[in-house]
Design a protein around this ligand. Structure first.
Ligand SMILES: [Zn+2]
Length: 401
C-alpha cells in the first residue's frame, strides 16, 4: 500500500519517500514508493505531474487493486529498493485541479438544490470540465445553479476532509453517494455539501475563484454541463474579451454593437446578392446572343464551346439554359467557380441525341475528373483550370465524330 499523502493535505507539494519497487514498463520505468503526494488519475480527475529526484514524472496511475501508486518516468532508472527519493508535485497544475474539482462539488450541490438535478458523472478536461446531470436544464436553471455556486465561493466557507469508518457515517446525514471499504473519505463544504471523494480539494471555497457555467449539451434526456473555475475562468474571460474586441475593431464599431452590425451586414449582403442575380438576368440575354453568334457546327447542328471567365456556377447554369432555348443548340461550357474547375454540358430539350451524361463521362475518363448527369444536362469537375479548354475541345470532337 502506498501511503497517499494528498488525502489529508492537498497543499503538500514536496515530500521524502523510500523506493519500494521499480518495474520496467517498455521504454519507461514505473516507480512504487512507500508514500506519495502524487495524485493518480481517477474519479474524473487527471494525474499530477512533477519530479522524483529531478526525473520528470509523465504519468501517475493506481495499480489494478488500487493499493499502489505507480509513478511513470521516461526511460530507465537504476534505483534500488530502500533508497530515499525526493518528490516534487507541480504546484500550478495541482492548484488548477483543486479549483476545478472543488468547484465541481459545489456546482453539483447547487444544481441539486436549485433544480433537483443530480450529477451522474464528472470529467476534468484540459481546458474545460463537464458534469452529466440526470435531466434537462435550460439557461435559467444553469444561471440559478451558477449564482448559488458563486455565493458559496464568496462566503469563503471552510472545506473539511474527514476519514471515517462506516459506523461513523450517521454523522454525515446528507451524503448522497454509496460507499465501500473500511475507511471512507468525506469532503464537507461547511453547511452546504457532504460528498465521498478521493480527489484533491481546496481548504476554503474562496480558493476556487469564479465558477462559470459555459453551457450544456443535451444527450437524450440528460445534460452535459460545461464549466470552468478559478484561473481557467479568468482565461476564458480574457479570451471572450479579446474575440469581442477584435470583432468590434474589424467591424469598426463597439463590442456592444457587434451582433447588430453583423445582422445589418448579412441583410446588406443578401440584398446585394439578389441585385446581382437580377442584373445578371438582364445581361445574360446579350451574353447568350453573342455566344450563339460564335456557335460552331459539329456536323449535325450547332454547339457553343466556351470557357466563361468571371462567372460563377449559378450564372453559368442560367446562361446554359438560356442558350439551349435555341432549337438544335448544344452548350459546352467551362467555368472557374472559386477553386473548382467545372464543366457544364446542356442540349436543347427537343434534341433526341447525343446524351450529355454519356458525353461528360467519356470526356472525364480521359482527364481523371468526376461528374455525370442526364441525357439533357450534365456537370463535371476537373483537377485544374488549365484542363477546361482541352476538355471542351475533346467534347466537341466527340460530337463531330
Ligand atoms: Zn472531490
Amino acid at each position: 500500500m502506498t501511503d497517499r499523502l494528498y488525502t489529508l493535505d492537498s497543499k503538500l507539494l514536496e515530500f521524502d519517500a523510500t523506493i519500494v519497487r521499480v518495474d520496467q514498463a517498455g521504454e519507461n520505468s514505473a516507480v512504487v514508493l512507500d508514500r506519495s503526494a502524487f495524485y493518480p488519475t481517477g474519479g474524473g480527475q487527471p494525474f499530477d505531474q512533477g519530479t522524483l529526484n529531478e526525473h520528470r514524472v509523465t504519468d501517475v496511475q493506481a495499480s489494478d487493486d488500487g493499493g499502489e501508486v505507480l509513478h511513470i518516468l521516461d526511460g530507465p532508472v537504476d534505483w534500488q529498493p530502500g533508497i530515499a527519493v525526493r518528490g516534487c508535485v507541480d504546484g500550478n497544475r495541482r492548484r488548477d485541479h483543486r479549483q476545478q474539482h472543488s468547484g465541481q462539488h459545489i456546482l453539483t450541490q447547487a444544481f441539486s438544490e436549485t433544480s433537483g438535478r443530480e450529477t451522474t458523472s464528472f470529467h476534468m478536461g484540459q481546458s474545460t470540465s463537464t458534469i452529466d446531470l440526470d435531466g434537462l436544464v435550460d439557461r435559467g436553471a444553469m444561471d440559478a445553479a451558477e449564482r448559488r455556486a458563486n455565493e458559496i465561493v464568496f462566503e469563503d466557507r471552510a472545506v473539511h476532509t474527514h476519514v471515517v469508518t462506516p459506523d461513523e457515517l450517521p454523522r454525515f446525514p446528507s451524503l448522497r453517494q454509496s460507499f465501500t471499504g473500511s475507511s471512507i473519505r468525506v469532503i464537507e463544504v461547511d453547511g452546504f455539501d457532504q460528498s465521498t471523494c478521493g480527489g484533491t480539494h481546496v481548504q476554503r471555497t474562496g480558493e476556487i475563484g469564479l465558477i462559470a457555467v459555459l453551457g450544456a449539451e443535451r444527450i437524450k434526456k440528460t445534460s452535459r454541463v460545461e464549466f470552468v473555475c478559478g484561473t481557467r475562468a479568468l482565461d476564458a474571460l480574457h479570451q471572450a474579451h479579446d474575440v469581442s474586441q477584435q470583432a468590434a475593431r474589424a467591424l469598426t464599431t463597439s463590442p456592444d454593437s457587434v451582433v447588430q452590425q453583423l445582422r445589418r451586414l448579412q441583410e446588406s449582403l443578401k440584398s446585394q446578392q439578389k441585385r446581382i442575380k437580377q442584373l445578371f438576368g438582364e445581361v445574360s440575354d446579350k451574353l447568350a446572343a453573342d455566344l450563339r453568334s460564335e456557335a460552331r457546327s459539329h456536323g449535325e447542328g450547332l454547339a457553343v464551346v466556351r470557357v466563361l471567365e468571371g462567372l460563377n456556377r449559378d450564372e453559368a447554369q442560367l446562361l446554359a439554359a438560356k442558350l439551349c432555348q435555341e432549337p438544335g443548340l448544344i452548350a459546352l461550357l467551362g467555368v472557374q467557380d472559386g477553386l473548382e474547375a467545372r464543366l457544364l454540358f446542356q442540349r436543347h430539350a427537343k434534341l433526341v441525341s447525343p446524351a450529355m451524361g454519356e458525353l461528360m463521362k467519356r470526356v472525364l475518363t480521359r482527364l481523371e475528373g468526376r461528374g455525370g448527369g442526364s441525357p439533357t444536362a450534365a456537370q463535371g469537375i476537373l483537377a485544374n483550370h488549365e484542363q477546361l479548354n482541352a476538355a471542351l475541345e475533346t467534347a466537341f470532337q466527340e460530337l463531330s465524330s
